[in-house]
Design a protein around this ligand. Sequence first.
Ligand code: UD1
Ligand code: CA
Length: 450
Amino acid sequence: MDTALIILAAGKGTRMNSDLPKVLHPIAGEPMLIHAIAAGETLDPAKTVVVAGHGADQVTAATQAYDAAIDVVVQQEQLGTAHAVAQARGALEGFDGTALVLYGDTPFVQPDTIARMQTAGQDHDVVVLGFKAADPGRYGRLVMQGDTLERIVEYKDATDAEREIALCNSGVIACKADLLFSLIDAVGNDNAAGEYYLTDIIALARARGLSATAVTCDEAETLGVNSRAQLAEAEAAFQARARAALLDDGVTLQAPHTVFLARDTVIGRDTLVEPHVVFGPGVTVESGAVIRAFSHLEGCHVSRGATVGPYARLRPGAELAEHTRVGNFVEIKNAVVAEGAKVNHLSYIGDAHVGARANIGAGTITCNYDGVMKHHTHIGSGAFIGSNTMLVAPVHIGDGAMTGSGSVITSDVEDDALALARAPQVEKPGMARKLMEMLKAKKAKQQRGS
Ligand code: UD1
Ligand code: CA
């Protein structure tokens, strides 16, 4: 059966004490909302609807930057979780499958847990994800009779006896979409908060003779982010899980707790990652590469056998072919470095193609930006770029060509040519000594005078 995701993201997040809507605060470099959407996407949903409210424009922009096909509906007033889900009704008009409700501030529900809810949904009309809380605090409590979930009681409305229940509501609910909206129609707001509680649909379903149950998961998965402290905990929890997964996959992390990963980081087997490396979104590293200490990578691809760093920065569009070397204090952006090429020291290579086996001397810079537009630099295969060459783009250096150290290259260089573009050297015999004597005499005169 088809699945649709409804992701609640309208809340203000007062305790974040921020101008940014809570669900856009990043974990591993990406809004927590995107983590929640991606968790649900493992079900391959037919449709995804995000319910935005506070900061709706920003939430819409972030959602659509991730996937333009996602519907964003706006809940003008935050009247409660049932009211929030009701906003998705129009977007799901004619949808005949199961709706899964997730919260944008609960980013870590695992694919396997969602799959277990789907399985439970084969035998039950409503399935809720619960967890045993170490400190149940203000969570809603699940009132069970054997395997049957009878109702959910919100903390504010619970009796002392109900508050003793440790099984809590995560907020994740799965239910046939038409049934979900029909139950929500019956939800009122006569409760301690004066809100339309989504959790009321359980008792309403039971009163109609329908079945409801709970699937449980580890508390770490249902970790909700309400404050900066919880955001930091969520980051730590994410990183711990991502590092452990890489180690299991055969990647060596010399100091795992110093390596930071993104949701989509892919690193191949037998790659070595030295301490203090940061992976931003969109990085793939093939097997057998070496990422040396203090490197920063985002939006790039590193091929088998390549060596990066120490202290290298790979920015979006950096594509390193096999057995390339990118060394210390080198920045690569939107550039292909072809097989076996070396950029070992202190260079900026942007909007460029570096040919196979080319050698880029220390301090070389592609001057790609004229203040208004970006221009391309082509460096042919086997080219030798002398140290401290400025390549003023657009410019084409032929295969096997050379540039002299310190050259400012403004015109194309043909294959196998040597280009020199610097002032010729002038030598004045004895002049250095004369100059020193003159300066020393001047200083002595000043000291006598003072
Ligand atoms: C909710 C549950 C509670 C559960 C807890 C888990 C209800 C009534 N209560 O309580 O049982 O234990 O989550 O974290 O559902 N939201 C909207 N629009 C609204 C209200 C909320 O989009 O009008 C969104 C929020 O942005 C948030 C989520 O829904 O992502 C949960 O809302 P929140 O107000 O935090 O609910 P809790 O009181 O924590
Ligand atoms: Ca909450």
